[in-house]
Design a protein around this ligand. Sequence first.
Ligand code: AMP
Ligand code: TRP
Length: 337
Amino acid sequence: MGRKQRVLSGVQPTGNLHLGNYLGAIRNWVEGQSESENYLFIADLHAITVPHDPATLATNTYSLAALYLACGLDLNYSTIFVQSHVSAHCELTWLLNCITPLNWLEDMIQFKEKAVKQGENVGVGLLDYPVLMASDILLYQADKVPVGEDQKQHLELTRDIVNRFNHQFAKKDKPVLKLPDPLIRKEGARIMSLTDGTKKMSKSDPSELSRINLLDSADEITKKIKRCKTDPIRGLTFDNPERPECNNLLSLYMLLSGKTKAEVAAECQDMGWGQFKPLLTETTITALKPIQDKYQQIMADKGYLSSVLRDGREKAENIAKQTLTQVKAAMGYSMPF
Ligand code: AMP
Ligand code: TRP
């Protein structure tokens, strides 16, 4: 019997978590968790690759940890920790920086998109973001990395770094770093904006109406769905490229109700928006209510949350240190013990 597959993923504590983060990432962590050994962290070092507010970084980090638990992560299967609590992440990043070609990083789509938004103010950290992400993954020798579609290129880069590292520093039949596989579900991998069905739902969209946050009140959800973009066609169908909003809203309904695609297609084929919107509103409010209740409960007990993160740090650090030691040894650093 081999060990259970190791799963690793993280989300940045920047702004509110929205339905894209939940359906594209966190929900998938929760679903498979009992079959694997899971390491799920709050990517607070990634959060400073764009200008950030020190006063809210810690609050956002704790709030995100509470949301992980509220969404159903179970400590019997999952270790939850904060990236900056385990110093090996920074250390491995430096070592991997030195073997990563600059042009690999300059080619990253997310870097190019974010750099344009930053104008003059592009830090080196933004360019280096994918190497830190590779380090996050490789420290834990992860088998699977469940993420949304937008992270696929970063996973490919991680695999390129592994191959390059093993080729340069490991014996042929004894790789030091493990090749991870992305786990990108077809359904939910790309939830689109409520105000433009061709753009992904994003924390950084200036319009609050473009996204539903996991902690939105029933009134906010009602308002956002009422105002969301639709089209003038009656009868709702999936997968029509001319109707991106329709496909997105039906997909949200399918994922939040737990119904199958065929069931939703049959149920909605003759509906107009006036009938569908209240249905989606009710479904969304009902799906988010238990998460919101549990979140309030956890946030009311800061001692509990701190102890979860302290335990998580200890478990994570144990594994991370082992990998770091192997990497350093392979690169020629000798340890005084
Ligand atoms: P971030 O908010 O950039 O830290 O992303 C956290 C996780 O949510 C990553 O796995 C992303 O791929 C995923 N994600 C972000 N936006 C979306 C979206 N609109 N649809 C599906 N997944 C998303
Ligand atoms: N870059 C990811 C995002 O924005 C977050 C992240 C950081 C991550 N390190 C990771 C995801 C390691 C998976 C594995 O979504």
